[in-house]
Write a protein that binds this ligand. Structure first.
Ligand code: CU
Length: 327
């Protein structure tokens, strides 16, 4: 080969490599289409207490279904095809995901009969994308109207030094904050540390195999009457939340969140395994309204295990389900 030609080729390769290396992983704009809708919701679709069948559903089963408001994800701006979501997500809205450096563009359509919003925790936003508090464009979206929120996953929205490679934030409606999460308008955002995403198109962290989310919350359906106090995990009671399933030895991350009132002080307890909670080994994680935490587990024993709140009254009221570890 002509040495001059070889030199030019080598130079070109070096130039291309130099350009490549000087651009870190491209920041991505991730778009979501979410509608608020009125839907029927059944807290115990089986009609049974699947944890202690002989105890029945008690007063909490007298009225199992109510009209709720929910965030429903769609594949695009035609709002025609709902996003599929796993059964264990229950009443939760779509899980939004980003990597530090990304931007979330969330198109919100209010299909209900009252003004609503989307307020994210943790993200960087301006007043128009706060989804709360005053005259920003997204603070109160009237029935039939839409608004696009721009939420930036800056470094302060991402995992801190003591956090695992992804962390969870809540989003919820915040026009009348004291009412709207209780209507069912709640979802989560998971932010992955820069450099830890599986790929450019998959922002999930590459050092875990599965991520589950659990919302511990008492929905107050009948102004405090006990039978209307639905002690739920993701909106289900007495073992009616299905689909938490993993396998021995998998790396599993649990994102645990809570919302609600002064009775929403929950001690989230896994049977059969332990979790690593920011360096602390435990099998109970404590949450209060708007708590958000992410803990890691590698299941060590197969079985169909309880996952429940350890507060006695809450356990008795159905704040319990089972999850499966396959051998
Ligand atoms: Cu509890």
């Amino acid at each position: 080969m002509n040495s001059n030609y070889a030199g030019r080729i080598t130079g070109l390769i070096a130039f291309v490599m130099g350009c490549w290396m000087s651009f870190p992983a491209q920041a991505v704009v991730r778009e979501y289409w979410i509608a608020a809708e009125k839907t029927a919701w059944n807290y115990a679709p089986s009609g049974r207490n699947l944890i202690k069948p002989e105890a029945g559903l008690g007063v909490w089963g007298e009225t199992p279904a109510y009209t709720k408001y929910r965030y429903i994800g769609y594949t695009d701006g035609s709002y025609a095809k709902p996003l599929a979501q796993p059964e264990w997500m229950g009443i939760l809205g779509p899980q939004l995901r980003a990597v530090v450096g990304d931007t979330l563009r969330v198109h919100f359509l209010n299909k209900t009969d009252r003004p609503l919003s989307m307020h994210p925790h943790g993200m960087l936003y301006d007043k128009n994308s706060e989804g709360a508090d005053g005259d920003g464009a997204g603070a109160s979206v009237p029935p039939g109207k839409s608004h696009t929120y721009t939420w930036i996953a800056d470094k302060d929205a991402g995992p801190g030094p003591a956090d695992p490679s992804s962390i969870v934030w809540l989003y919820h409606s915040h026009v009348m904050e004291e009412e709207e999460p209780n209507l069912g308008l709640i979802g989560t955002i998971v932010i992955t540390r820069k450099g830890m995403a599986r790929s450019g198109s998959d922002p999930a962290p590459r050092d875990v195999d599965q991520e589950f989310t659990a919302l511990y919350m008492i929905f107050n359906e009948e102004e405090g009457k006990e039978g209307g106090m639905k002690h739920t995990i993701n909106g289900r009671i007495f073992g009616n939340l299905n689909g938490y399933e993993t396998r021995l030895g998998k790396r599993v991350r649990w994102h645990v969140v809570a919302l609600g009132n002064e009775t929403d002080n929950h001690t989230v307890h896994w049977h059969g395994q332990t979790v690593l909670d920011h360096g602390r080994r435990t099998d109970v994680v404590e949450v209060l309204p708007a708590s958000m935490t992410s803990v890691d587990m590698v299941p060590r024993s197969p079985g169909h295990w309880l996952f429940h709140c350890h507060v006695d009254d809450h356990m008795m009221a159905g704040m319990s389900t089972r999850w499966r570890v396959l051998p």
